[in-house]
Design a protein around this ligand. Structure first.
Ligand code: HEC
Ligand code: HEC
Ligand code: HEC
Ligand code: HEC
Ligand code: HEC
Ligand code: HEC
Ligand code: HEC
Length: 252
């Protein structure tokens, strides 16, 4: 189906293809490190390969932690494991989309929060669950409840980028912003399809931050993915262990 969507939605396709969500079956199911750590199981297909018709035993062999692994159907190797229809339902419930009369004049509270097709394809039900039916998790940092943005679109991200049970921030695949970015939505920084973040810093940050520096040059995982300061979780105290310095007003 992706090739058909591509015909009309060229920009979305190009963005999706240049990002991590265009991962192929071979990238997800033949990863030597991952397969050696965790035994392949049917549940892997919940978050990638959800449209595969069959169980994991019909997809990869052998199902052990020693390998070498190969796809039962080699023709799947380069097919996308998170295609457009993983996140979009083509035939949504409700009235067909109408063209708004004067789009620019729609008052804020009447504007839509997200596109109607947005939802996760659930392979067990063989149905999409619309974003409005998906919960946002209650996240915790130790015992503290973490503030989380109410942006409903994130409920989709959390279905896959999920914490371990206990809902601790940064457990499992969780990236709930905490610290300096607590309360921001994933989509405040990540573009919808390619997930790039470059343009986002300047949409919120003045050229010089609290620190009197350009945040893009500061020591976070934005500048260098190996930085010890993960941009999702970094707190003032991580960089200022002896306390936040006083502002040098002269520079302003
Ligand atoms: C023949 C051209 C065409 C094809 C093929 C096509 N679309 Fe669309 N699509 C459109 C048009 C036109 C709109 C309306 C644009 C608008 O309302 O902003 C649209 C709107 C959308 C929207 C936004 C509205 C919503 O319901 O969320 C999404 C998402 C979407 N298409 C996804 C897809 C996907 C996924 C595929 C492949 C399965 C696909 N489209 C195939 C032309 C097409
Ligand atoms: C709850 C949804 C979910 C399930 C279940 C799941 N994954 Fe993933 N998988 C993800 C997410 C989200 C990422 C991206 C990880 C990140 O960057 O934090 C990912 C990334 C990957 C990657 C890319 C390399 C890497 O490690 O980041 C591989 C390979 C992979 N998964 C294989 C598997 C296999 C095999 C299973 C079953 C044992 C599995 N996954 C189960 C959501 C899931
Ligand atoms: C990982 C989930 C995911 C995948 C996969 C995905 N999309 Fe989207 N898509 C989104 C999100 C999130 C939005 C933003 C919805 C909003 O803001 O209302 C969106 C919005 C759209 C829109 C509406 C226009 C817009 O930019 O808001 C179109 C059209 C669309 N996607 C097409 C596609 C096509 C075509 C593919 C496959 C090439 C695809 N999407 C794959 C998550 C996804
Ligand atoms: C259907 C499952 C699924 C959904 C829904 C989903 N993701 Fe992902 N995402 C993945 C997997 C799997 C990977 C890892 C792919 C790989 O490494 O090959 C990933 C990778 C990423 C990456 C890593 C990019 C990189 O360069 O390493 C970002 C950022 C991301 N996702 C953000 C989001 C956001 C934001 C949303 C919600 C709009 C979202 N994802 C929704 C499964 C999902
Ligand atoms: C304040 C901005 C910001 C917010 C909010 C944000 N991210 Fe990120 N994210 C980044 C930056 C910057 C990177 C690293 C550089 C890059 O990949 O662009 C990144 C990287 C990632 C990666 C790749 C692995 C990593 O940790 O470097 C994943 C997966 C991811 N983000 C998921 C999410 C999800 C899911 C959410 C919402 C729960 C989210 N992000 C919210 C800025 C943000
Ligand atoms: C949606 C708005 C938003 C976006 C987008 C955003 N930030 Fe921030 N950022 C903030 C806020 C708010 C603070 C905290 C300011 C405070 O507490 O005074 C902050 C603080 C920081 C800090 C701590 C230093 C300081 O001066 O406060 C760094 C470093 C930082 N951001 C880096 C980034 C980078 C890199 C990006 C781009 C990937 C980014 N931010 C994108 C809103 C944002
Ligand atoms: C990624 C690391 C990092 C984070 C996170 C960070 N800072 Fe900074 N900050 C620095 C660096 C580096 C300097 C410059 C060296 C110094 O003065 O210690 C600095 C300097 C400062 C200064 C002195 C500015 C001046 O005029 O000289 C203040 C005030 C400050 N930070 C406040 C904050 C606050 C408030 C936060 C949290 C919202 C924060 N910082 C988060 C790295 C960081």
């Amino acid at each position: 189906m992706v090739a058909r969507c591509q015909k009309c939605h060229r920009q979305e396709f190009a963005d999706w293809q240049s990002g991590a969500h265009a991962a192929t079956y071979s990238r997800i199911f033949l990863d030597r490190k991952k397969n050696a750590e965790q035994k392949l199981q049917d549940d892997c297909l919940r978050c990638h390969g959800m449209h595969f018709e069959g169980g994991i035993r019909d997809l990869v062999t052998p199902l052990d932690t020693t390998g070498p692994w190969r796809l039962v159907k080699p023709e799947l190797a380069n097919l996308p494991a998170i295609p457009c229809l993983a996140c979009h339902e083509m035939h949504t419930h409700g009235a067909p989309l109408a063209r708004p009369d004067v789009p620019a004049a729609t008052p804020g509270p009447k504007q839509e929060l997200y596109r109607p097709s947005l939802g996760l394809f659930d392979r067990r039900e063989q149905l999409h669950f619309a974003v409005r039916a998906l919960p946002l998790p209650e996240m915790r940092d130790g015992d503290r409840a973490v503030k989380i943005s109410p942006d409903p679109r994130q409920a989709l991200c959390y279905q896959c980028h999920a914490p371990r049970s206990g809902n601790q921030v940064s457990s499992g695949d969780d990236r709930t912003p905490m610290g300096v970015h607590e309360g921001l939505s994933c989509l405040a920084c990540h573009l919808k399809h390619g997930q790039q973040t470059r343009a986002s810093c300047a949409t919120c940050h003045p050229r010089l931050s609290n620190c009197g520096r350009d945040v893009e040059t500061m020591d976070t995982t934005f500048k260098d993915t190996h930085s010890a300061h993960n941009v999702h979780f970094v707190k003032c105290a991580d960089c200022h262990p002896r306390g936040v310095p006083a502002k040098r007003l002269a520079r302003r």
